[in-house]
Design a protein around this ligand. Sequence first.
Ligand code: CTP
Length: 223
Amino acid sequence: MTIPSFVVGIAGGTGAGKTTVARLITENVGESVTRIPIDNYYEDLSHLDLSEREAVNYDHPSAFEWELLREQLSTLLEGRPIEMPVYDFEIHNRKNEPTTVEPTDVIIVEGILALYDEKVNEMLDLRLYVETDADVRILRRIQRDVIDRGRDLEGVIDQYLSTVKPMHDQFIEPTKKHADLIIPEGANSVAVNLLEEKVMAEVHGDAVRDWERPSPETRRDRR
Ligand code: CTP
């Protein structure tokens, strides 16, 4: 049984490069790392039809099933496997089949609101916020939604102005204050390299660390 020893949260706005950071800092550690995209914890919207699901505000914290994320994360931290939901952006809903995720040495929790929930934050050993200029992020978002996901440009712009941007300012950007480290730009190779070394050291058991995942009480006292 593996008890995860290092849990990293990676937050930041849409298109900031969170997934790139997560991939780059873990690509050389093979199966000792599990990535938990919080997109997988969007609420189950099977009771709505497709046009209703298209209209949902996916950047508001209420779009996520926090209780399930907390529960599954703590199950992994106890060394037990989870049945993680899998999100499908095409249908704006979860797929029917979850996927089994085994606990590993390192766990990466990644998503726009990865540093939002207090209980999730308490389970993170290292909290990262990827900060990338808004113009770069919207360009990446347009490219991804229009080219990769086949959405229409007008819809992407409408969504950005009506929900993505205001929610970013109201909920996502403020989580930066919970971060231990802020990474300027998603592919910042100096930061990525330092973090990769840290992840490697955690996996190989020779990490130098004089902080531990504190109990909620200790963490509250420290901050
Ligand atoms: N989203 C969407 N449609 C859905 C569900 C979510 O358009 N059915 C959007 C939300 O509006 C939210 C975004 O998905 O802004 C969250 O994903 P994002 O952070 O952009 O993706 P990552 O690839 O994790 O980010 P990064 O580019 O930083 O790697």
